[in-house]
Design a protein around this ligand. Structure first.
Ligand code: S3P
Length: 435
């Protein structure tokens, strides 16, 4: 359990944010099926990413860890070998969806398993489009454990209506091993880290932007070639520190080298609309990813209304955005959050229930979340239920820095899935967390 207490000064100084989780997963998956050595710098070595690493080790890939770097020896598109036992993905939904795609077009069978949370998450979103081209699975009612019967697939031609980077990426990874042209239409643009990395590894990929859609073409069975990777720092992890700085008086925080990829930076736009003082300095590109240094100051926030269009550009940030909205001077309305119900937990419900415990009024109507910090509501309990969800745990740890009553964050050990040094790093810039 983690206890978060009100801080005495502000949040001040410089903080190091670990490597981006989405890019870290892809930095293991793509080099493992390429030709040659890849050195990966600043990779996030959290539990989720370690699960991806162990999965590829189990399929015969040589991966050497050296401090904050990994060295991967890739031996080509069809070099993976059949795992001798089930592959345990722990809590990692990204690994589950991406590997389902990749493994469906291999020439061996495999079985994916996960923890309690992952075993409840829907896999039909990736199973169904793959079954259309001949993939074969056995699942527990479209959930893990998932048995994948690797086989030769027909060309993918799929119109993806769901705003999901995981499904898109799973289909792209399957396409790499399917001869001829595969096409994925992405109706709602989501994070494009897979596209960026595949392009830099020499994949035969072409992306046409047609109105608001992306038409992604991949010519499969073309070998990829290794390249060194520097993983930029994770905006989703930085968001906890950004909001802690904004809501606490006398705060000034600098965070360098953050990924601000336009398909990922919705949180900066949303906070900007709320009157946040965030300077984005020194923009530059590394390995095709846009990064910048951020300077954040305490701010008087106002509420805002966000449409569902922005949701796919910041889906992981609604828990922490809800904390920012709880200290604004006017209400906020966040629309189109259906996907939040099927993340590591039902985040929509947990945000509402935990805000209620903290004495902040909020309401869910369909897929929308309304937060009104101006409405009187009583503090009810300091026990924050996280349902094994790292982002809920970290968000309410930030709530505790400002609230005035200690918050006890239950099952906080799940923070390790994405940000092992969260407590240490927050305390180093003025946080008051005890484990
Ligand atoms: C991710 C995509 C998002 C996000 C997840 C990471 C990825 O999921 O919530 O944390 O790395 O592709 P969906 O694509 O399912 O929305």
């Amino acid at each position: 359990m983690l206890t978060s207490s009100k801080i005495s000064g502000g949040i001040n100084g410089n903080v190091n944010i670990p490597g981006d989780k989405s890019i870290s997963h892809r930095s293991i998956i793509i080099p493992s099926i390429s030709n040659g050595f890849t050195e990966i710098d600043n990779i996030l070595l959290s539990e989720d990413v370690m699960n991806t690493m162990n999965a590829f080790r189990a399929m015969g890939v040589k991966i050497i860890k050296n401090n904050n770097k990994l060295l991967i020896e890739g031996k080509g598109l069809n070099s993976l070998t059949s795992p001798t036992s089930e592959i345990n993905l722990g809590n990692s939904g990204t690994t589950a969806r991406l590997l389902t795609g990749l493994l469906s077009s291999q020439n061996f069978n495999s079985i994916l398993i996960g923890d309690i949370s992952l075993s409840k998450r829907p896999m039909d979103r990736i199973i169904q489009p793959l079954e259309k081209v001949g993939a074969s699975f056995k699942s527990n009612d479209s959930k893990l454990p998932l048995e994948i019967f690797g086989t030769k697939l027909r060309n993918i031609n799929y119109d993806l209506a769901l705003p999901s980077a995981q499904v898109k990426s799973g289909l792209m990874l399957a396409s790499l091993n399917i001869e001829g042209t595969n096409k994925i239409i992405e109706r709602n643009i989501t994070r494009n880290h897979t596209e960026i990395m595949l392009e830099s590894f020499g994949a035969d990929i072409d992306i046409k932007k047609i109105e608001n859609e992306n038409h992604i073409y991949i010519n499969g069975q073309k070998e990829l070639y290794s390249k060194n990777i520097f993983v930029p720092s994770d905006l989703s992890s930085a968001a906890f520190f950004i909001v802690a700085t904004l809501i606490n008086k006398n705060s000034l925080l600098k965070i360098d080298g953050i990924n601000i990829n336009p398909t990922r930076n919705g949180i900066l736009k949303a906070l900007n609309m709320m009157g946040a003082q965030i300077k984005v300095n020194n923009k530059r590109t590394i390995n095709g990813e846009l990064i910048a240094d951020l300077e954040i100051k305490s701010s008087d926030l106002v509420g805002c209304e966000l449409d569902e269009d922005i949701a796919r550009l910041m889906i992981d940030e609604y828990p922490i955005l809800s904390i920012a909205a709880s200290f604004a001077s006017s209400p906020s309305l966040f629309k189109g959050l259906g996907e939040l119900k099927i993340k590591e937990s039902n985040r929509l419900e947990l945000i509402r229930n935990n805000l209620d415990k903290c004495g902040i009024f909020s309401e869910i109507e369909g897929e929308n979340l309304f937060i009104d910090p101006t409405k009187k509501s009583k503090f009810k309990s300091n026990k924050i239920d996280t349902n094994f969800d790292h982002r809920i745990a970290m968000s309410f740890a930030i709530m505790g820095t400002r609230l005035g009553t200690d918050l006890n964050i239950l099952n906080s050990e799940y923070i390790k899935t994405s940000f092992p040094k969260f407590v240490q790093n927050l305390n180093a810039v003025g946080g008051n967390l005890t484990e």
